[in-house]
Each structure stands twice: as C-alpha cells, then as structure tokens.
Design a protein around this ligand. Structure first.
Ligand code: ATP
Ligand SMILES: Cc1cn([C@H]2C[C@H](O)[C@@H](COP(=O)(O)O)O2)c(=O)[nH]c1=O
Length: 688
C-alpha cells in the first residue's frame, strides 16, 4: 500500500458536530428541549399548586388539563405547521417561534399565574412548538451530508430525551432555590415554580439568538417561481404521499404502535408501581429507566447490528418492545420491572432513531416538513387517546386475585391488563411494519439476525432493483416442473415478453460440472454439507451470470428449481439445519427471492414412476426421503402464501398450465386478457 493510501485509510471522517452550522442548530435544540421538559414539570406543578385547596379530584383534573392542552394543538394544527416548514423560510420560522415562546412562558409568572391564563398560554406555546419542530427536523438534512444523517438524528434524539432527567434535576434545584429566594426577595415567596418558568423562558431566548446567527439554513424550499400549491393542497398531498408509500406507511404504523404502547405505560405507571409496593422514588426510577434505555437504544442498537437491514431492525425492535412490555405486565417484581423498563426504552430508542433517519432519507425535501409534522401530530393524538382511555379501562377492570385454596397466588389488576393489551398491540404493529416495509422478503429474519450478530453483511443493499420478473418452479421428482416451465415460457413469449428459461443445477459452464458431480450416481458418500455447498455454488453462478443480468434488462426469468429445492432436499431431505441452509443460500444469491414460486405438488409415488432412464444420485434415495422433501415444500408454501402458487401435480398438463397462467396474469405488467387470448390462440410452430 502506498503511504498516501495508508494515510487515507487511517483518516477518520469528522464527527457530525465538527460541522459548525449543525453544531449551532444542535445547541439550540438542546437548550429548547431542556426548556420544554422544564416547562412540562413547572406547569403541571403550578397547576397542582393553584388548585391544591380544591381537593384531590380538581387537582388531578387541573394537572390532566395541562397534559390535554399540551397535546391538543397537534391534533388541530400539526399538518398545517408542517406545510409551513416546507413553504417558508425555516430560519425565520424558528426564530419567530422562539421569541413567541419566550414571551408566552414569561407571561405566566409575570401575570401572577392564574389557571385560565396558564391553560391559554400553554395552548399557544404548543401551537408555536408545532411550527418550530418540523422546521428544525426538515433543516437537519440540509446541514449535514446524507451519510451523517443517522449520527445527526441520534444527537437530535439524545437531546430530546436526554435532557428530561437533566430538566427534572434542574427543576428540583430551582424549586429549592425558589424557596430560598422567597425568604430574601418577597416576589418569590410562595411562588415555587416561578424560577423554573423564568429559566424556561430564557432557554427559548437563547435558542432565538442561536437560530438568528445561523445563516446556513437555506431559505425557501419550494421553488418560488413555479406555481406553488396552496397550503391545504400541500397537506392533502402530504397525506396522500404517506398513504401511498409502502415504506412511510410502515414507519408511521410502527411509530404509532410504539407510541400507543408507551402511552399505555404512561397511563398506568403510577398505579402499577404503587401496586408493586413502590413510592414516588420508585416511580422516578422507572421514569428514569425509560430515558436511560432510550438513550442506550439510540446509541448502541444501530451500532451493534450495523449489518442488519434498517427496516427489519425497526420492525424487530417494536416486536421486542411488545414482548418486554408483556413481561413488565406479568412479572410482579419492582427491580425486574425497572430493568425491563430500560430494555423497553432501548427498543423504543432504536425504533425512533431508525424511523426518523429513514424518513429524513426517503422523503424528498419539499415534503419532509409535513411528513415529520404529520407523524408527530398522529403520535400525539394516539398518545392523548391512549392516556385518556387507559386509566379508565384499568379502573373498570379493577383488581383480580387468583387464589388456590383461598390463598392468593397471583394478582392481576387493570394496569396489568392494559399493559398486556399494549404489549399485544406493539407486537401486532411491529409485525405489520415488518410486512409493509421488509426489503429482504424470503430471507428468514433469524438468518439475517445471526449474520448481523456475527458482524457479517448478509447481502448487498442499495443496488437498483431488477426490472424483470422472476418465477421459480419447485416440486419433487417427475412432478412436471420442466414441462410446465417450458409451457409458461412459450405462453409468455407469445405475449411478446423477453423470456429466459433456465434451471438448477447446471445452467452455467461451472454449473454443468457441478451438476455432473452432484447427480452422477458414482459420487455416493458425498457429505450433506458439501452437497448443500455445491448446490449453493451452482446457484451463486446462476444468479450472477444468468438470472440477474436477465432481470436487469427487464426479462422474465423462469427457473426450473431455486433456493426452495435446497431447503427441501438438503434441509429436510438430508436433515441439515434449515436456518443454515437458508443462510448460505441467502449469501449465495444476495437475497434474491422469486416474485412467484409455482409448487407442483405431486406425491413422490406418482412422480418417481413418471421418470424414465436410470435413477440419478438423488432420485435413487428412498421414498421416505422424497416424502420429507414434499412435506417441506408444502410447509414453505404455507408459510408465505402470497409468493406461492401450489398446483396439484396429478391434474392434467392443460389444467396445471391453466392455473399457472391465471396466477401469472395477475402479476404481469400488461397482461393479454384471457378472452383475447382465447380468440387469438398461440402459435403451434413455437409450441413445437
Ligand atoms: N400433469 C402431468 N400428468 C402426467 N404426466 C406428466 C404431467 N406433467 C408432466 N408429465 C410427464 O412426467 C414426466 C416428468 O415430467 P417433467 O420432466 O416435466 O418433470 P420434472 O418435475 O421436471 O422432473 P425432474 O425435475 O425430476 O426431472 C414427463 O414424461 C412428462 O411428460
Ligand atoms: C436445485 C437443487 C436440486 N436438487 C436435486 C433435485 C433433483 O433430484 C436434482 C435436480 O434434477 P432435475 O432433474 O434437474 O430436477 O437435484 C437438490 O437436491 N438441491 C437443490 O438445491
């Protein structure tokens, strides 16, 4: 290696905070987040203090009112504010919002703090927040390069949640300081939360200054010379965009599910901790555990599983959160619950950082603001609904004690039930998100996970997806695959498609030699692993030299056998571990999965008798081997019905091809309708 090469290899890319404009924006975000948490603590405490004399119920409602008012604007104004972020100068939006927040928060202590004004001012601050946040979120990708976006979002989310415990500590210190100040300055006497509110207001002022001096934010993001759609139209398009895009839909579903599960915990945390024998300190520990978990999830999760598809990690983290939540609901031990809460927070942290990063990367600049805003609005609505409904449900369910011979053995009350429902919801939503956005269909998740834990790259990502269509035929010996793949190729060519008909093993130069080794009956005693590796080697050649080039040029590729044959013959037939066979094949094929797999299901007792000539090495295996193979093929098809067509191989050739044509017609880009085909027929010359 040349010395130049060495120095290049050693040079580490600069940290995202080395980027001065981003550093300034990040500092503003940190100060604002600290202010926001301080605001929440101070306002709820102030609402409680102002209504302390009016009894427990009024006091609870007063505090609850602050929460409701804090979330309400998102429901009404969220999407509108997002459109502003895309339409107007983001720097000006943020600067103005900061000044307004400063004035509104300061007005609460200055006007002598009465509950009505507290509620009105809080509502207005939240309205303003709705403009600041999407403008900030949409600005980050303008300031940092694409490859640094995940790092930037990690820092963003770190300050959003990491400032919560800092704010709680600061709030306690300021409350004590407030008391002390009250003895010296009469204004602060009996005004416990004033100092916190003043510091909160000053945080927004500092942010306004930082944003004002940040001149690197690009101005208007929608081309002013082009006809700009109305704000309402932009919102409508934002909605339409989210609904239409499979990935964003998956992200939104996942993030909302996580919010709903989190909302269930928020709603019952206090009573649950109490039921476990814990006091406010324990409640504080559980509260802190969520943030510690989230911070570690955001930092360590994506680093630990770098090689795992981000989409899969997103769905998996939500599913895992569901299982952890179920454990929290069922295990009645405060220490274990606190530890599990850290794990729950970690899963949520991973899901959030991935979701945010993916939205930042996938959504075009002009739509990013309203996408973030739309997401935040929906999340808040979900949270609001869940927080409102959950304690009521828990109360209605009440407390149940399971007894054996009058002895209480297990307590299961409303909070347990609600947490369990939240857990089921998270699992369901995580699975749905995985289904909506999976970018490695057909590759078992376990295979990818094992590879990621070992630090192996499972398959190349980010390459252009092939444009053609890939159909595989599978089935046992003599089931009719070759016959049907030939008939399908003729039918598709008749319709004007470019068709490549191929088979495994043996469709490349190397593959021909491998086929001879694999099927020649003289090679008895070949070990099961060598056999699996040789089939995988043939497949790697086949994919790289034949299938992918054809798919990239837009052809229809019909392959007589593919990966499922290895899963059935080497996995079930030779009793190799299915996940290991799947893993080597996922590696060999780069994760290429057929668009459709046609399984011609024929009993081996029928198929084997159809074959003429001497039996090859595999055909000469006992009937029991072929029965195992058949069962595995059927199990694979049952596990993924969307990708398979299972046809009874004992039907006539015409009946089988009719069923195949009907299914293939459904996935063809521009199929000839069956009626027109009946009229024109096919060319007998080609058929021969
Ligand atoms: N539906 C059917 N009914 C009866 N015979 C069939 C049917 N389909 C195909 N055959 C006949 O069965 C024999 C095997 O068919 P084919 O070669 O298509 O099967 P295959 O699954 O490709 O076999 P293998 O891969 O094990 O060599 C051929 O003689 C074929 O004409
Ligand atoms: C791809 C593949 C094939 N086999 C077996 C199955 C058959 O017995 C032969 C191929 O013969 P055919 O007449 O061309 O169908 O190979 C296997 O065991 N594993 C595989 O992955």
């Amino acid at each position: 290696m040349t010395s130049h090469g060495r120095s290049t290899a050693r040079r580490k890319p600069p940290h995202v905070l080395a980027n001065a404009p981003f550093r300034k924006l990040w500092t503003a975000m940190s100060v604002c987040s600290l202010g926001d948490w301080l605001n929440l603590l101070a306002l709820t405490a102030l609402a409680g203090n102002l209504t302390a004399a009016e009894g427990y119920k009024t006091q609870s409602l007063a505090i609850g009112g602050v929460f409701v008012v804090k979330m309400l604007p998102a429901i009404v104004l969220g999407p509108l504010a997002g459109a502003f972020a895309d339409r107007f100068d983001r720097r000006l939006t943020m600067f103005t919002a900061d000044l307004l927040r400063f004035a509104l928060v300061l007005s609460i202590p200055l006007t002598g703090a009465n509950y009505s004004w507290l509620i009105i001012a809080t509502f207005m601050v939240e309205c303003v927040n709705l403009f600041w946040v999407p403008a900030k979120d949409a600005t980050v990708p303008n300031l940092v390069p694409k490859e640094r976006l995940e790092e930037a979002n990690q820092l963003n989310l770190l300050v959003t949640y990491g400032t919560a415990p800092v704010a709680a500590l600061l709030f306690s210190v300021l409350s004590v300081a407030d008391d002390a100040l009250g003895t010296v300055v009469p204004y602060f006497e009996d005004r416990d939360t004033y100092l916190a509110l003043i510091i909160n207001a000053l945080a927004y002022l500092v942010s306004a200054f930082l944003i004002f001096t940040l001149r690197d934010i690009p101005g208007n993001h929608v081309d002013g010379t082009a006809a700009t759609p109305s704000v309402l139209r932009q919102i409508f398009e934002g909605w339409r965009f989210i609904g239409a895009d499979r990935l964003i839909r998956g992200l939104v579903i996942g993030m909302l599910g996580a919010f709903a599960a989190g909302g269930a915990v928020v709603g019952v945390a206090k009573i649950y901790v109490q039921a476990l024998g814990g006091g406010d300190a324990a409640y504080g520990v559980v509260f802190g555990a969520v943030f510690v978990g989230m911070a570690s999830g955001m930092f360590f999760g994506p680093r630990l599983l770098r090689e795992l598809s981000r989409r899969r990690l997103f769905g998996l983290s939500i599913v895992t959160a569901g299982f952890v939540l179920a454990a929290i609901a069922l295990i009645h031990n405060l220490v274990i619950v606190a530890l599990l809460t850290v794990a729950l927070g970690a899963c949520a942290g991973i899901a959030w950082i991935i979701g945010y990063t993916m939205i930042g990367l996938e959504v075009e600049d002009g739509l990013r603001g309203r996408t973030f805003s739309f997401l935040q609005s929906l999340a808040r609505v979900t949270l609001l609904l869940v927080v409102a409904v959950v304690p009521t449900l828990a109360g209605l369910f009440g407390e149940r004690v399971i007894r054996i011979e009058q002895e209480p053995v297990y307590r299961f009350d409303g909070s347990n039930l609600v947490l369990l429902v939240g857990a089921l919801l998270a699992v369901a939503v995580g699975l749905l998100a995985l289904r909506q956005m999976d970018d490695r269909r057909g590759v078992p998740i376990v295979t990818d996970l094992i590879a990621a834990f070992r630090g192996e790259r499972p398959a190349p990502e980010g390459t252009e997806p092939p444009r053609g269509m890939f159909i595989a035929f599978e089935g046992g010996e003599g089931s009719g695959k070759t016959t049907q793949s030939r008939l399908l190729a003729i039918w598709l060519r008749d319709q004007g498609f470019d068709v490549v008909q191929t088979r495994e093993p043996g469709s490349t130069k190397v593959g021909m030699r491998l086929r001879a080794i694999l099927l020649d009956a003289v090679h008895q005693g070949l070990s099961a692993r060598s056999e699996a590796l040789l089939y995988a080697a043939d497949r790697a050649e086949h994919v790289e030299k034949v299938i992918l080039p054809a798919l990239y040029r837009g052809a229809m590729v019909i392959s007589d056998r593919y990966v499922d044959s290895s899963l059935a013959y080497q996995g079930a037939g030779r009793s190799l571990k299915p996940e290991e066979v799947a893993r080597i094949n996922a590696w060999a094929t780069g994760g290429l999965v057929p668009d459709l797999t046609v399984l011609i299901d024929t009993p081996p007792s029928v198929g084997l008798t159809r074959l003429g000539g001497a039996a090859d090495r595999i055909e000469s295996e006992p009937l029991e081997f072929h029965e195992r193979v058949r069962r595995e093929f059927r199990a694979l098809a049952t596990a993924d019905p969307g990708r398979y067509l299972v046809v009874d191989g004992t039907l006539t050739q015409e009946e089988i091809s009719g069923a195949i044509h009907d299914r293939v017609r459904e996935i063809l880009p521009d199929p000839v309708p069956r009626e027109s085909e009946d009229i024109t027929g096919t060319m007998p010359a080609i058929r021969d």
